[in-house]
Design a protein around this ligand. Sequence first.
Ligand code: ZN
Length: 143
Amino acid sequence: MCISDLLSRLEKVKRTGRGRWLACCPAHEDHSPSLAIRELEDGRILIHCFAGCGVQEIVFAAGLELSDLFPPRVEGKHFAKRESSPFPAADILCAIAFEATLVLIAAADMLAGKPLNEFDRDRLAVAVGRIHSALKAGGIHLG
Ligand SMILES: [Zn+2]
């Protein structure tokens, strides 16, 4: 997702510097902008509500998904450096738990003798990609 897609969904957006904005948080009754937005060099978007809203709540309130904050192509690419303020681990775990549930549903269908169709297979591949994106966003690199 492009940063302008996110900014267009928010109110009272104010640019505060290169790759930095403040806006009203969509996840709570926000009268003075308390949502900080950062666009990193590698395409990741970091958001933080100073009133304490979770990243997932904010993203859902804006009509987006957590994965929209990650650049579309992360396959084989390593992020330049660890951020001093990465996503909270709890938010990353929530995203992974959701994808893991999808995998469980697919496994249950297969056990029940329902073959996976092409759509299901594609969605499972997306789930794997999202889990890897979440790990990378958390600064975790496998092998
Ligand atoms: Zn908030």
